[in-house]
Design a protein around this ligand. Sequence first.
Ligand code: SAM
Length: 260
Amino acid sequence: MSLASTFGGARLFNADWQSVESEIGTFDHLITDPPYENHMHVAKAGSRGIRTDGHASPQALDFDSIEGQRDDITRLGSLASGWFMAFCTPEGVAPWRDSIEAAGMRYKRCLFWCKPDSAPQMNGQGPAMAVECYVAAWAGRGHSVWNGGGGRNWTVCPCQPRSRDGRHPTEKPLALMSDIITKFTQPGDTILDPCMGSGTTGVAALRLGRKFIGAERDADYYSIAVERIEAASMEPVDLFAAPGRRVKPQTLQMDVEVAQ
Ligand SMILES: C[S@@+](CC[C@H](N)C(=O)[O-])C[C@H]1O[C@@H](n2cnc3c(N)ncnc32)[C@H](O)[C@@H]1O
């Protein structure tokens, strides 16, 4: 039996999501920040080396890359009645699109968020990466719906250090997750994040009056998620957030050409 916590609109599992899939139940949207592609996870923990330019290699992440579970996550996402969204590297957009379409969902767009506190290219040998991607697909029946009208979609995140909890190495800014949830989901909807890390998506969901189901297999990150999401469940819901206007989207900007 998995370790699970339930409080105020949230159900959290300390487990590999695949081992608790039968307990997840129904959900409206799968919005996740899963592990990124293999090239972001290259070095093994404890094997920090010195690069040819004399600097230390970046520290390895302490969880595996997405490759082994991408198709399982899109299969899970195809059970949603609304949106499927997953963060990824630019190199991950094409494999995500292939997997999304193989799972029977409708791939919509690659979207971007601007990351002002992204890592600079310290050696000056090329441009640094200042944005990150996420893919959006519609898993539901009929027309896709969102609350953003016909406008452009581009999130610039304030990213001040104080807006981050700081205990997970790849934590997403709360402002970013709040923006996505406000635009793509409705109050009362249930959002699933099978790779929730320290639970930022869950915090945003509860603050905005949505329900949340999350899984995290690392016990330490799970404890942080429980602490943060439980605290959010005791805060008042943000009544000034977009109330959820169901409109047909005309355009979501910033298409990316994906190699076929
Ligand atoms: C990129 S991090 C998520 C960070 C999160 N957005 C936050 O703000 O804290 C991905 C997380 O997924 C977890 N994970 C990876 N595969 C998993 C699986 N199959 N089941 C549950 N958790 C998983 C990893 O342990 C890691 O903490």
